[in-house]
Write a new protein. Structure first.
Length: 416
């Protein structure tokens, strides 16, 4: 999986210009923004440390300059007293409206100067905002896969496939066909199977592609969106969690099968999507899969279940792999049965299938619709074989769309 379409970032140039304007107009030396940088008091970021260090260094320089001029030790009371202008001039320091700086010439600050700074700051902000609004993101809007063609014609050569959850960059948009680039795959896709720009971003979120990535060394995750809420655990820098919701100052994430919250400034929220496959990549994946299958075909202990659970397993198999052959269906059933056997998951079919956030057809209503209709005989056979211990994916407990993970690929899924 590749990272892209990072959400809007804090505009550093605007922040610096704002601080400059504040310093020039009020004579304030400290960085007021630095005092608000740590919403989580327990977490120390490199940015806040740098601000404190630089402020201390500035104070030390001023104190040292005064000490050198007077020839005595500088105390807190000395720092508050008026310095000797002649001594400061010898050190190249000029005091102007309460701001100390090492300069060679005196800069006169007028209302015109401040107005110019504000105009520049506003111009930079508007340019950055306009640049960020230019979105060339595209997502494949399909249940299974769509062919990517060499030319904008359904009869042209198929150069690869995009699967559900695959995204990429739009390089040309036509009335009926558009050219996209997704990983190593580049070609034309009918607009009927694509969504663009903001619609693509919203669709990616619906598929669960929105991800929070921790950007500080250690971050507390809380049970409620409040600094006073109970701490549920600690997150390491670089760790990734699905985003459930975004609030003012907080991001709701899935943490240990529950919704918890982290301070929004300590995570980067990104859309993490899968990439398409070229025909060469598909052939190589299938070749490697065929070599690995023989080592994975085995038999485990049977899983006890009720008649309703047999039907439930058959229906989730049909939702996930109903368009695939027997091996693809058995593989999905084997993953669910492997979870039942594992101490890390619930010990029955029902609880495994309905675990929050684990199977898309549960959350989008497809499973409920299928249960009302009933599973096909082919999917029911795969379910019964998996329950009796058959597996063609070893002890794999997860699967995703092919091309997104390293593992054993069967049909449109990779098992790991």
């Amino acid at each position: 999986m590749k990272r892209s379409e990072r959400r809007r970032k804090f505009l550093i140039p605007s922040m610096l210009l704002g601080i400059t304007a504040m310093v020039l107009t009020s004579g304030f030396v400290g960085l007021a923004a630095g005092t608000e940088a740590v919403q989580e008091p327990e977490t120390v970021t490199e940015e806040s440390t740098d601000v404190q260090t630089n402020t201390t260094a500035t104070q030390s320089s001023e104190s040292g300059a005064q000490s050198a001029a007077t020839g005595t030790e500088t105390t807190d009371s000395d720092a508050d007293s008026d310095p000797d202008p002649a001594a400061i001039a010898e050190q190249g320091l000029i005091l102007e409206t309460g701001v100390a700086s090492v300069i060679d010439v005196k800069v006169e600050v007028t209302h015109d100067t401040v107005d110019e700074i504000v105009r520049n700051m506003t111009s930079v902000s508007e340019e950055d905002e306009e640049e960020e609004e230019e979105v060339d993101f595209v997502m494949a809007k399909v249940e299974n896969s769509v062919n990517v063609r060499s030319e904008p014609d359904a009869d042209s050569e198929c150069v690869g496939k995009l699967y559900q959850g695959c995204g990429g960059i739009l390089t040309y948009r036509g009335d009926e066909w558009s050219r996209i680039k997704s990983g190593n795959l580049e070609g034309y896709v009918s607009n009927e199977y694509l969504c663009f720009d903001e619609d693509a971003i919203e669709y990616a979120k619906e598929l669960g592609c929105n991800t929070a990535i921790v950007n500080t060394m250690t971050l507390r995750v809380r049970k409620e969106p409040s600094e006073d809420a109970q701490v549920a655990g600690l997150l390491e820098i670089g760790s990734e969690y699905p985003v459930v919701e975004e609030l003012d100052g907080w991001v709701g994430i899935k943490y240990e099968k529950k919704e918890c919250y982290v301070a929004s400034q300590y995570v980067d929220v990104e859309l993490i999507y899968e990439e398409g496959e070229t025909m060469e990549e598909i052939k190589e994946r299938e070749r490697l899969a065929s070599l690995a299958k023989a080592q994975l075909v085995t038999s485990y202990s049977s899983v006890k279940c009720t008649a309703d659970e047999v039907e439930l397993l058959a229906c989730i198999i049909q939702c996930e792999a109903g368009n695939q052959g027997y091996e693809g269906r058995l593989a999905v059933g084997a993953v669910i049965c492997n979870r039942v056997r594992s101490s890390k998951f619930p010990n029955n079919i029902t609880d495994v299938v309905y675990s929050p956030g684990q199977f898309g057809p549960v959350s989008n209503g497809q499973l409920a619709d299928r249960l009302a209709i009933g599973a096909s005989s082919g999917c029911r056979q795969a379910a019964e074989d998996a329950l009796n211990g058959a597996t063609n994916v070893g002890d794999a407990k997860y699967f995703k769309r092919a091309g997104s993970k390293t593992g054993v690929v069967i049909g449109a899924h990779v098992f790991y």
